[in-house]
Design a protein around this ligand. Structure first.
Ligand code: AMP
Ligand code: MG
Length: 339
């Protein structure tokens, strides 16, 4: 059933009553709550079982709205003007005394903010007329949802309403940039790639070695974790494995999903989470002991989207601790700025 303006009004009214509404964005489905309400933000953390040190992204209608809550440097403004609405999140200094819930920043003096392009996300923001905090609509550490059915699987009755906008077009989460200082750097790779950003900025992005070290509490080593173990860079497939293929599939797997038969990285990104979820749900019953993943190219500007796909796959394959909690990724050990 397609979403009508009545559904949008209903969803906006749920948000005003501090309830949670899942909605599609161009990246993945978000679990939305009123970003001005501590009660709603606490409900998001509870529904996702998300550690409270991991801050949330705020979704707003426009750059003008974003400017009410965050301070833009010239570079941040340039990127926002060029790429919003779209799958780019900017981590910016919070405006003092801004009305956003403090809980959503998890104690940091910054805020992550973006303007989504999806028409249903925009319709909801315009109807509700409030900023909407919306992390991905999955339980913490699990595979992100790219279809409404995945949200029901993940959260069930923990969410009061799900707007069904069909499959998400991009399929992996937004690129997150640290834009709190002079040096812009990537905290989470996504479909807005380093070459695209460097072309707009007219200079190289900063790396962690230059200037201060970025803070991104959410970049955990183990994430997107299926139940079955994941084996990367597979050149052969074992008879007790399922296969996530790219290009011409390897022979001999129990069950195969092909990210892109034509080796198209955009198609692969859009298929990634749905196919991992499908293999994880269906391969065990066939006797599978793991998921083998064929190599995804990520070298050179033409393959830059491969960096974001491989980032997700590395986290899906990362060892998990016995407690189920994940360890920080070695390349993103995060400190507060020394100054
Ligand atoms: P998700 O909740 O899945 O949308 O992911 C949001 C990502 O943005 C996580 O990796 C967070 O840690 C990161 N993030 C959100 N707010 C901030 C912030 N203020 N500073 C640094 N990273 C942030
Ligand atoms: Mg997430």
């Amino acid at each position: 059933m397609s979403v009508t303006s009545k559904h949008i009004r209903n969803a906006a009214s749920h948000l005003h009553q501090e309830q949670l509404v899942a909605f599609p964005t161009e990246t993945v489905y978000g679990l939305g709550g009123n970003a001005l309400s501590d009660t709603a933000i606490a409900a998001i953390y509870a529904a996702k079982e998300r550690p409270s040190f991991n801050p949330l992204i705020v979704h707003v209608r426009s750059l003008e709205d974003a400017n009410r809550y965050a301070i833009f440097s010239e570079s941040a403004l340039l990127l926002a003007r060029a790429l919003w609405p779209g799958p780019l999140t900017l981590v910016l200094p919070r405006r003092e005394h801004c009305k956003l819930s403090l809980l959503l920043s998890a104690g940091l003096d910054s805020v992550a903010i973006r303007v989504p392009a999806h028409p249903l996300a925009q319709a909801l923001l315009h109807e509700a007329k409030i900023p909407i905090a919306a992390p991905s609509a999955n339980r913490s550490g699990r595979i992100s949802p790219t279809e409404a059915a995945h949200v029901h699987e993940e959260l069930g009755a923990r969410v009061s309403m799900v707007l069904d906008g069909g499959p998400c077009h991009v399929g992996i989460e937004s690129t997150v940039l640290d834009a709190t200082g002079e040096h812009i750097r990537i905290l989470r790779p996504g479909s807005i790639t380093p070459p695209m950003l460097e072309k707009l900025l007219g200079r190289k992005l900063a790396t962690s070695a230059e200037g201060e070290t970025p803070i991104s509490p959410g970049m955990l080593a183990s994430h997107y974790a299926p139940t079955l173990p994941v084996r990367l860079q597979a050149k052969t497939v074992n008879s007790n494995e399922a296969l996530l293929a790219f290009g011409a599939p390897l022979k001999g797997s129990l069950l195969t999903q092909n990210l892109s038969a034509t080796e198209n990285l955009q198609e692969a990104a859009a298929n990634l989470f749905r196919m991992i979820r499908y293999l994880d749900t269906n391969a065990s019953a066939l006797g599978a002991r793991g998921i083998a993943v064929m190599p995804i190219p990520d070298q050179g500007d033409a393959n830059a989207l491969g960096l974001a796909i491989n980032d997700r796959l590395k986290r899906a394959a990362a060892p998990r601790t016995e407690s189920g909690l994940s360890l920080p990724h070695p390349t993103s050990i995060l400190h507060k700025n020394k100054s």
